[in-house]
Design a protein around this ligand. Structure first.
Ligand code: ADP
Ligand code: MG
Length: 540
C-alpha cells in the first residue's frame, strides 16, 4: 500500500476511479428515488382522477334509480333521455340499461322481448330501456346475481373486452335495476396516460386495461428492483386495482452526459491533485537527498580528520626508522663535502673530482629531500584530491616510507607489480594510507622472519591491489568483525585501521575484502574501478 500511495499518479488515478464509482452510486440512488417518486406522484394523481370518475358512475346510478322508481316513476321516455345525455357526456360509459328483474313469469314475458332470456336458472332480465338500444351484453347469465344484490349498493361484474358492468337495484317495492357498462380504458384520458410506465387496471385479478410503457425508453437494468405503484380504487362497490410499473433503464439512472462531465471535472481535479502531490514529493525527496548528502559530507570530513590523525600517529612510529634512513645520506654528504673542500683548497684543485663529488652530493641531497617531502605529504592535512593515479607508483611510495620499518621488524617485502600499471581515480595520500595500514597489519601478524607480498593487477574492468602475508591468518569468528570500528585482537590495538581502510576505499567506489591464504596467512584485496580509458586494455 505504501509504494502505491506514494506514487502520486497512481493515487490520482485511484481517486478519480473512486470518484467515478461514487458518482455512479449516488446518481443511481438519486435517479432511482426520483423515478420512483415520479411514479408515485403519477400513480396518486391517476388514482384520484379515476376514483372521482368512478364515484360519478355511482351518482348516475343513483339518479337513474331515483328517476325510475318511487311513488311516481318517470316515464321510460324521460329516463331514456337522461341516459342519452349521460352517454353523450361520458364516452367511457359504453352502455346504460334499465332492466326488470322478473320471476319465472318475467322470464316468460322476456321471451317476446327483443332480448332472448338466459338459459340458466334464475330470474329473467328484461331490458326496459337501454342506450344505445340493443347494445351491451347479455345480462341473462347475471340475472341471478343482480337479483341477489343488496338493494341500494352497486356491484361490479366483468364484461370482457376491458369493460365491466356496474349494477344497482332499485329500493323496494320496485323490482328493477340500473346497469352501466364502463369501458375501463377510457377511465384514463389519453393525455393523462404516463408514457414511462406500464399502466394496469384490474378487476378481481383480471386485467381490464394493460397499457405498456413507451418501448423507446429502453429496458430496465436487472440489478435494481423497479418501482411499483399499486392502489385499490374503492368507489362504491367498484373495487378496481390500479397499478403502475416503471423500468429503470441505465441511461436514466446514470445520464451519460452528466457522467462524462463529471469524469472530465474529476479527472482534472485528480490530475491537479496528483501534480501537486508529485511536486511535494519531489521537494521532499530533494530535501532528503540534500540532507543525506550533507550528512555524508560531514561523515567524510570526520573520517578525513581521523585519517589524518592516524597518519600523524603512524608517522611517529615510522619516524625513528626514517631518521635512521636519513642519517646515511647525511653522513655520506658530510664526508664527501669535506673531501671536496680539501680538493678545492689544494694548489691545483682537481676540478673533475670536485664536480663528481658534488654531483653525488646533489643526488644524495635530492633523495633525502624526497624522503622528507614524502613524510611531509603523508602527514599533511591537505583536502583529499582525486585524480587518475598509477597504482604501482603509489605502492612504491608506501614501500619507500615503510621499508626501514619492515627491515627493523625483520619482515621481508615482496613486490609483484602488474604491467602495464593499473590506474584508478584516487587520492594518493588516502590510497597510501590504506596500503600502509594493510602492510602494517601484515607485518604485525607475521613478526620477524615473515614475508609480506604486495601484488597489483587488472581484472576485467577493475584494478586489484593484494596485500598477503604468511602469518597465522584470521580466525573464523574474527573474519566478519574485521572492518568494524574499534575491533582489535591486539593488546595495544585501536581497531580503527581496517574500518578506516574500508571507508577510504568506498569513497572511490572501491571495496576491500579479507580472506585467509590458501596455505597460510591472511590476504586483503583492495578492488578499485579502473580509470576510464584503461578498461579492456588487456589483463595485468
Ligand atoms: N594480516 C592480518 N593477519 C591476521 N589478522 C589480521 C590481519 N590484519 C588485521 N587482522 C585482524 O584485524 C584486527 C583489526 O585490525 P585493525 O582494524 O587494523 O586494528 P588494529 O590493527 O588496531 O588491531 C586486528 O586486531 C587483527 O586481529
Ligand atoms: Mg591495524
Amino acid at each position: 500500500m505504501k509504494p502505491f500511495l506514494s506514487n502520486p499518479r497512481l493515487l490520482g488515478l485511484a481517486l478519480w476511479l473512486a470518484a467515478l464509482v461514487a458518482f455512479v452510486a449516488v446518481s443511481v440512488e438519486t435517479s432511482r428515488k426520483r423515478l420512483a417518486d415520479e411514479l408515485e406522484v403519477t400513480g396518486r394523481t391517476l388514482h384520484r382522477l379515476i376514483s372521482q370518475r368512478v364515484a360519478q358512475h355511482d351518482a348516475h346510478l343513483t339518479t337513474l334509480i331515483a328517476l325510475s322508481s318511487g311513488a311516481e316513476p318517470a316515464p321510460d321516455g324521460a329516463v331514456r333521455q337522461v341516459m342519452e345525455s349521460i352517454s353523450r357526456f361520458y364516452p367511457r360509459i359504453a352502455w346504460l340499461a334499465l332492466v326488470s328483474l322478473g320471476g319465472p313469469e318475467g322470464a316468460a314475458g322476456a321471451q317476446g322481448a327483443s332480448q332472448p332470456a338466459g338459459v340458466t336458472a334464475g330470474p329473467a332480465v328484461r331490458r326496459d330501456v337501454d342506450v344505445p338500444a340493443g347494445g351491451g351484453v347479455d345480462l341473462a347469465p347475471l340475472g341471478g346475481e343482480i337479483a341477489a344484490q343488496v338493494r341500494g349498493r352497486p356491484s361490479v361484474y366483468a364484461a370482457g373486452e376491458g369493460r365491466y358492468l356496474l349494477a344497482k337495484r332499485a329500493p323496494e317495492p320496485s323490482d328493477h335495476a340500473v346497469v352501466l357498462m364502463i369501458d375501463a380504458a377510457k377511465l384514463v384520458e389519453p393525455e393523462e396516460r404516463p408514457d414511462f410506465a406500464n399502466l394496469r387496471i384490474s378487476l378481481d385479478g383480471a386485467d381490464l386495461v394493460d397499457l405498456p410503457a413507451d418501448a423507446s425508453l429502453g429496458s430496465g437494468v436487472s440489478w435494481l428492483k423497479p418501482p411499483h405503484f399499486e392502489k385499490v380504487i374503492d368507489g362504491e362497490g367498484q373495487r378496481l386495482l390500479l397499478s403502475l410499473d416503471r423500468s429503470l433503464p441505465l441511461a436514466a439512472l446514470v445520464p451519460p452526459g452528466r457522467l462524462l462531465g463529471f469524469a472530465v471535472v474529476a479527472g482534472l481535479l485528480a490530475a491537479a491533485l496528483s501534480f501537486g502531490l508529485g511536486q511535494r514529493a519531489a521537494v521532499k525527496r530533494s530535501e532528503l537527498a540534500a540532507r543525506a548528502a550533507e550528512e555524508r559530507a560531514q561523515l567524510q570530513e570526520r573520517e578525513t580528520r581521523l585519517a589524518h590523525a592516524s597518519r600523524v600517529n603512524a608517522m611517529g612510529e615510522l619516524a625513528s626508522g626514517i631518521a635512521h634512513e636519513l642519517t646515511q645520506p647525511l653522513t655520506a654528504l658530510l664526508s664527501r663535502s669535506q673531501a671536496a673542500l680539501r680538493l678545492a683548497r689544494a694548489e691545483r684543485p682537481d676540478m673533475a673530482m670536485i664536480s663528481e663529488a658534488l654531483g653525488v652530493n646533489v643526488r644524495e641531497a635530492k633523495r633525502a629531500g624526497e624522503m622528507l617531502k614524502r613524510m611531509r605529504d603523508y602527514a599533511s592535512n591537505k583536502a583529499p584530491e582525486r585524480a587518475r593515479q598509477d597504482l604501482n607508483a603509489i605502492v612504491a611510495e608506501v614501500v619507500a616510507l615503510t621499508r626501514t620499518d619492515l627491515e627493523r621488524r625483520g619482515v621481508a617485502l615482496v613486490l609483484e607489480l602488474g604491467e602495464p600499471a593499473p590506474e584508478a581515480v584516487v587520492d594518493v595520500i588516502e590510497m597510501e594510507q590504506v596500503l600502509h595500514n594493510l602492510i602494517r597489519n601484515a607485518a604485525e601478524a607475521v613478526g620477524a622472519g615473515g614475508v609480506v607480498t604486495i601484488t597489483t593487477a587488472r581484472a576485467g574492468r577493475e584494478a586489484k591491489v593484494v596485500v598477503s602475508d604468511d602469518g597465522s591468518g584470521i580466525a573464523a569468528e574474527v573474519l566478519p568483525k574485521l572492518f568494524t570500528p574499534f575491533f582489535t585482537t591486539k593488546a595495544d590495538g585501536m581497531g580503527l585501521g581496517l574500518s578506516l581502510c574500508a571507508s577510504l576505499v568506498e569513497r572511490v567506489d572501491g571495496r576491500i575484502g579479507a580472506e585467509n591464504g590458501v596455505l597460510r596467512g591472511a590476504r586483503f584485496t583492495v578492488t578499485l574501478p579502473l580509470a576510464a580509458g584503461e578498461r579492456g586494455k588487456g589483463k595485468g
